[in-house]
Design a protein around this ligand. Structure first.
Ligand SMILES: Nc1ncnc2c1ncn2[C@@H]1O[C@H](COP(=O)(O)OP(=O)(O)OP(=O)(O)O)[C@@H](O)[C@H]1O
Ligand SMILES: [Mg+2]
Length: 268
């Protein structure tokens, strides 16, 4: 379980201090696919980057599996990051590495035996239906395929949690559904708890059992996704409903075959 207690974040920017998050209280249960939805600049990426300490909170506690992680350094930090996979909007694959080498990267960082790494990477590529593309380079894949490689890489260390920051924003609606359905399968079959950051109502509705709405650094409402959007309490949620007339994606039966800000420390 992930619990945020009175978490705040102030950035010290070149033009002065900026409060990105204020008094955030959230509980993400094991097995959840937890959506965090809000407009651009609301603080979504900041919030998700606090969970694996790519950013440190200014105030408050972040409790993961009963432990306050906010002061983790060294070995504890490395273990935390191995336990939390992350995927991004722009896939963030290493362009000079093949698909297989991308998936092996987090294992190499942990200095696992090489033969075992390749075996594990092939197993993960089979899970995302891309084992036949193992020797290709990212530039030789479609966007949806690249995101599936990124998902396989994020799972390399058998994390209990996965953070998805606008993971489908660069994809068309059909490919979005394929990637969302893959995330739902990973949640159901491997028991990986997901935190899904999005500005899309359709994404929340498609896979998130719970949703929190964030506005200007504040959580303005939170609950079962169906309830939040059946009876929105906040102005932002009402606006998302009013303006978010994207068609809800239909479920896909199967996955068809169709630049880099991946922080190296995520793989560590
Ligand atoms: N490194 C930084 N230094 C200073 N301010 C920052 C920094 N990163 C983000 N911010 C500010 O914090 C606020 C929240 O940014 P954040 O990236 O979390 O928003 P977001 O909800 O992810 O937006 P988007 O949907 O556009 O990705 C913004 O006002 C942004 O300008
Ligand atoms: Mg963002």
């Amino acid at each position: 379980m992930i619990e945020l207690k009175d978490v705040g974040k102030v950035y010290h920017a070149s033009d002065g201090d900026h409060r990105a998050l204020d008094h955030i209280n959230l509980k993400i249960d094991d097995g959840d696919i937890f959506g965090i939805i809000g407009e651009s600049g609301a603080g979504k990426s900041t919030l998700v980057r606090l969970l694996n300490l790519l950013e440190r909170p200014t105030e408050g506690q972040i409790i993961i599996d009963g432990d306050d992680i906010t002061n983790y350094e060294g070995r504890q930090l490395r273990e935390l990051r191995a336990n939390i996979g992350m995927i991004f909007q722009n896939f963030s694959l290493f362009q000079q590495r093949t698909v297989l080498q991308n998936v092996m990267f987090p294992l190499e960082v942990r200095r696992e035996p090489k033969a075992q790494n390749a075996e594990r990477a092939h197993e993960l590529l089979r899970l995302v239906s891309l084992d036949d593309k193992a020797s290709r380079y990212p530039s030789e894949l479609s966007g949806g395929q690249q995101q599936r490689v990124a998902i396989a890489r994020a799972l390399a260390n058998r994390p209990r949690y996965m953070l998805c920051d606008e993971a489908t924003s660069a994809l068309d609606s059909r490919t979005t559904v394929q990637v969302l359905d893959l995330l739902a399968k990973i949640n159901a079959e491997l028991g990986v708890t997901m935190v899904v950051i999005t500005h899309s109502l359709a994404v929340c509705r498609h896979i998130c059992n719970r949703t929190a709405v964030i506005d200007s650094g504040h959580i303005v409402e939170e609950g079962l996704t169906a309830n939040v959007f059946a009876n929105p309490q906040s102005k932002v949620a009402r606006e998302l409903l009013e303006w978010g007339f994207e068609k809800a994606p239909e479920s896909s039966e199967s996955i068809s075959s169709e630049e880099t800000d991946y922080p190296e420390e995520v793989g560590a």
